[in-house]
Structures are given as C-alpha cells and as structure tokens.
Design a protein around this ligand. Structure first.
Ligand SMILES: NC(=O)c1ccc[n+]([C@@H]2O[C@H](COP(=O)([O-])OP(=O)(O)OC[C@H]3O[C@@H](n4cnc5c(N)ncnc54)[C@H](OP(=O)(O)O)[C@@H]3O)[C@@H](O)[C@H]2O)c1
Length: 242
C-alpha cells in the first residue's frame, strides 16, 4: 500500500506542485485548503488527489480534519506544513489583527497540524515532516515583520523537533523558498516585484516545481540521514543580498 502524504495548502501554488510531485512519486496524497473551493474541486477532478477543507490555524478543526484523512486514507506518514499567508505592512502601521493572522496561519499551524500526527509517527517509528519557511524568515524583509517572525519561528521549530524525534525514525526538515511564481507573489505590486527580480542572480522567479522536487526528496527513504536541515532554494538571492 502506498504511503499517505498530507500537504496543507496543497491545492494551489507551491503546495499544488508538492501534491502533484508526491502523487507522481507514488504517495496517496491528501491536500488541504482554506476557502477556495472552486480551485480545490477543479484540482481534485483533474488529479484525483483527495482534497479536504479546514483552517490550519484552528486547533480543533485540525484534529477533526486529520482524523477524517486518516479514517479515509490511512495514517499520515509524510506531513508537509505548507499553508501560509501574507498580510504585509510596515510595522509602525501594522494592526494586531495583521500580526495575529500571519502568526496563527504560518506558525501556530506548526503546532496544530503536527501534534495530532506526530504521536502516530513516534509509535510506528517512522515519519517525515517537511515545513515550508521562506527566505524572508532567514534574512528578514521590510514590510513583513509578521511574516519574517513566523517563518523564522518555523526554522527554530524544525530544528528543535528534529532533535526530539531523530531516534524515533522521524526526520524534520524545512525548505526556504525564495520568490516563486504563485498567486502570493502575483499579488505584489509590479514595481516591487521588478526590484526583487533584479536582486536574484539567476534573473527570474522560481517555479513551484523547483520547490516540490526538494520536498519529494526529503520525503523519500534516500533522505533518512537528513534531519534538522534548512534547504535554501532562491536562485542565489540570499547569498547575493542576504
Ligand atoms: N510564493 C513564494 O514566493 C513563497 C516564498 C517563500 C515561501 N513561501 C511559502 O510557501 C507556502 C505556499 O505559498 P504559495 O505562494 O504557494 O501560496 P498561495 O499560492 O497563496 O497558496 C496558499 C495555499 O494555502 C492555503 N491556505 C492559506 N491559508 C490557509 C489556512 N488558514 N488553512 C488552510 N489552508 C490555508 C490556500 O488555500 P485556499 O486555496 O483555499 O486559499 C492555498 O491552498 C507558504 O507557506 C508561503 O509562505 C512562498
């Protein structure tokens, strides 16, 4: 029987590419989403990948949603914590709501999604947890104190959880994408985007598939000795401008 992989925010953008990549690698994939049902249903119809709707920042919804996935598909052996949002603004003008929404969705979700799954992994003695952070969690980004704080938190969470679970056969790694061509980036003003691209040595945005293939590798048996790692994939932007 194929292993079950759960990808949060797995119906659009980077998560969509990860869901497709894991399916192609032979996993049974559950992809979650928050509210864009039209896109999720079209994705399910096209790919045959199972989709589930719940808010990753809601602890009770995560427990119920994960129970439903496991009842329908089997125990989750690969968890990809990918769902994330931005609510940009300079800190001196940022509302507490902008702060909370980003921290809840991007950082609290590490707890709400991982805790209901990790005990099963520990008792089975195997598992893969892959968290999607960001280049902006590594270097900080003006206008994104909320997002940079959450994504830096994801890196710390990854390293600590990796140490707690290495002897249980569970690896925990994170991937820090640079700027990738998805709806999240398309929402940025063109002028800002042009100036960002001019600072990327390879001279372009990344493709979602370029992140997905690293996740597929981290999920595989071949990556058993890699844990607590921070995979930086950004077209050279961090070394050039970090
Ligand atoms: N794009 C980039 O350049 C970039 C760079 C670095 C890091 N990242 C990170 O990579 C991840 C994916 O980004 P993306 O650009 O692919 O984003 P995206 O295109 O905006 O897609 C986000 C996905 O997350 C889901 N989602 C959002 N909030 C959620 C919630 N509260 N509960 C459950 N699902 C939720 C969305 O569901 P709906 O479809 O229902 O809205 C959607 O499937 C994020 O963590 C992001 O921070 C992105």
């Amino acid at each position: 029987m194929s292993k079950v992989a759960l990808v949060t925010g797995g119906t659009r953008g980077i998560g969509e590419a990860i869901s497709r990549g894991l399916k192609d690698a032979g996993y049974t994939v559950a992809a979650t989403y928050a509210g864009n049902t039209e896109k999720a249903e079209a994705f399910e119809a096209e790919t045959g990948i199972h989709v589930f709707k719940w808010d990753v920042s809601n602890a009770e919804a995560c427990v119920a949603g994960i129970a439903q996935v496991e009842a329908e598909l089997g125990p989750v052996e690969v968890l990809v914590n990918n769902a994330g949002i931005t609510r940009d603004g300079m800190f001196h003008k940022m509302s507490f709501e902008q702060w909370r929404e980003v921290i809840s969705t991007n950082l609290d979700s590490m707890f709400t999604m991982t805790q209901p799954i990790i005990n099963g992994m520990r008792s089975r003695g195997s598992g893969r947890i892959i968290n999607i952070s960001s280049i902006n969690g590594q270097k900080g980004q003006m206008g994104q104190t909320n997002y940079s704080a959450a994504k830096a938190g994801v890196i710390g969470f990854t390293k600590a959880l990796a140490q707690e679970n290495a002897f249980k056969g569970i690896t925990v790694n994170c991937v820090c994408p640079g700027y990738i061509n998805t709806d999240m980036v398309a929402a940025m003003p063109q002028k800002v985007l042009d100036s960002i691209i001019s600072g990327i040595p390879v001279g372009r945005l990344g493709h979602p598939e370029e992140i997905a293939q690293t996740v597929v590798y981290l999920a595989s048996d071949a990556a058993a000795f890699m844990t607590g790692a921070v995979m930086t994939i950004n077209g050279g932007q961090y070394i050039a401008n970090g």
